[in-house]
Design a protein around this ligand. Structure first.
Ligand SMILES: NC(=O)c1ccc[n+]([C@@H]2O[C@H](COP(=O)([O-])OP(=O)(O)OC[C@H]3O[C@@H](n4cnc5c(N)ncnc54)[C@H](OP(=O)(O)O)[C@@H]3O)[C@@H](O)[C@H]2O)c1
Length: 239
């Protein structure tokens, strides 16, 4: 394992727990002869790290959903967020996008993912842009929205807002998971309560969140329009 950052420090012990012999995670310039080198380095460092790894490993793979296979033999992208503190079970049940230069390389990536308890699925290298953007919308941009919610709740004087907002967030995610956004959307835009939307917009602007509100409200209106074409059947709006 090359790269002792957020993912490398979690993946190395997880692979050990799954029965692999793992060296590292290794830092810059460290090398150990091995069958497989897994690169847990920033995307921009993959080409150089792969060139070095081909000198001491039989097969070289990276963990990036956004980077091509040009410099490596296979990809294994865990579809999860890692901050570096997760335990070896962090891979159980998650998706893992795999691809290889040859079908043997793709099988190798899938076998590693399966040994970790992940669900391997194929990702066409030519479609990795859409795939990785989806991952950022599902994780990074969700955090951007949650941070805005926390700021506004704080501005309202509510204390401990993350704990109070969390059940709302988790139920929304669960509704989306089970039925999709069109069925899950509630609130003033879905109801057509434009005066309420205007008040929310003014409050957001006073917290310097007006541009974010406008972009999200416009995107939410397109979901509401879809929702109007396919109104909820057994699920009524609640918020
Ligand atoms: N974290 C996630 O949630 C996540 C999820 C899925 C996939 N990934 C993928 O995993 C890979 C690593 O991401 P990360 O979040 O773990 O990044 P990270 O936290 O920034 O860690 C990268 C590590 O690589 C080291 N490094 C850089 N160049 C190196 C080289 N040439 N040789 C050895 N080590 C080198 C860095 O050391 P320095 O600090 O000294 O620069 C750092 O310790 C990326 O391809 C990313 O797309 C990450």
């Amino acid at each position: 394992m090359i790269g002792a950052g957020r993912l490398g420090t979690v993946l190395a012990p997880a692979l050990r727990a799954a029965g692999f012999t793992v060296h590292g995670p290794l830092g810059r310039g460290e090398t150990v002869r091995a069958d497989i080198a897994l690169l847990a380095v920033p995307d921009a460092a993959i080409a150089d790290a792969a060139a070095a790894a081909h000198g001491f490993a039989r097969r070289v793979g990276h963990l990036s959903g956004a980077t091509s296979l040009d410099a490596v033999d296979f990809r294994l992208h865990p579809l999860q967020t890692f901050t570096g503190v997760e335990g070896p079970d962090a891979f159980r049940g998650i998706g893992a996008a795999v691809a290889g230069r040859t079908s043997a390389d793709e099988h190798l990536a899938a076998d590693i993912a399966t040994a970790l308890g992940a669900r391997a699925f194929p990702l066409d290298d030519a479609r990795r842009g859409e795939y990785h953007a989806a991952a950022s919308f599902a994780s990074n941009f969700v955090l951007t929205v949650l941070d805005a919610a926390e700021q506004l709740a704080g501005a309202s004087g509510v204390r401990g807002s993350r704990e109070l907002l969390a059940p709302l967030i988790l139920q929304t995610v669960e509704n989306w998971r089970s039925a999709g956004a069109t069925q899950a959307l509630t609130g003033p835009i879905a109801r057509g309560d434009e005066e309420t939307v205007a008040r929310q917009r003014a409050a957001s602007a006073s917290a310097d969140l007006g541009d974010l509100f406008d972009a999200l409200a416009a995107a939410t209106r397109t979901i509401a329009a879809r929702s109007a074409q396919h109104p909820p059947t057994d699920r009524e709006t609640a918020a």
